[in-house]
Design a protein. Sequence first.
Length: 193
Amino acid sequence: MEVSRLTLAELLAERRPHRADARRNFDALVAAATEAYTELGADVAMEEIARRAGVGIATLYRNFPTRTDLMEYVYLTSVDELVRYGRQLDRADPWAALSGWLSRFVTHLATKHVLTTVLTRESAAYLPSREAIYGVADPLFELARRAGAVRADLTADDVMRLVFAVTAGIYVDDAQRERAIGIVLDGIRSPAR
């Protein structure tokens, strides 16, 4: 018997408290953790996150019993933002929509790399986040392919795996990473364009 999985939206909603005061603390913790992980890395002390959120350490642990729970939730919120961005893109120019979303995806991967280290295939957040990302990538890619903007011999999965590989590299600076992604975009674009 297959166990049903939650969607990204369901997973986010399930973990977020219902009471207004509890939601304020929860949201403050997520915002503080997002900022702290970006500035200080994955090893930032939980006490530092609680301090930045303006709550006690007990409140942090009541909402997020483990460091992994907090990191997963922060990652899920960033995936949700990425997905929302992709859904609101103007699709009148399929190439602009796809390349714009892929650029945003690269930024997401670069800035959230520290969080992806806790996301294993066994994580409850893995499949919902993957499905949500591909739920945006697949239609954008297909639209661009039907418009003749991308190579016909590629799939969205090919492109996503290539982007994952390129963003996993260590770059001297952001400009070098942008050049690498530019090479990827040039490589997936239809030769007729």
